[in-house]
Design a protein. Sequence first.
Length: 163
Amino acid sequence: MSDYIFEKVGIEELDLLVNLRISYLLEDNGTIPQDKLAQISEKLPDYFRRHLNKDCFVYAAKSENEIVSCCFLIVSEKPSNLSFINGVVGTVMNVYTNPVFRRRGLAGKLLKMLLADAEKMGLDFVELKATDSGYSLYKSIGFEDTVSKYHNMKIIMNSDKKI
């Protein structure tokens, strides 16, 4: 692990952040229609300018000034309830490692950094949606399957944004 630098990413690496997000989306979704990819690529820089290191934190492993692994923590404030007394929760997104650098413990180390910061921030919990390939990593770090009396549901508000 000594060949890597582990750190939070700053806005000076905006282009790298956009490329990492696009790489993650391409791997997660397979192909993305060019018009949708163009729209996403256009919107991402503005998102990062408005949110990075405010309520969106990006943890990265670098090798020779290239980000080779990353994960995002999105922090949300909600009205306090029995599940989140402080009213502040986190969502892990975009856990991604360049295929050449996988199976080296990079994502695990980044997730541990993320969780240490989440604890310092006073988050009530940190959640994520796990793919089959990431499930065992998340379990090994301490994430647990959740069971709820509620059903996850959503409604798509703009049908032309569907992939």
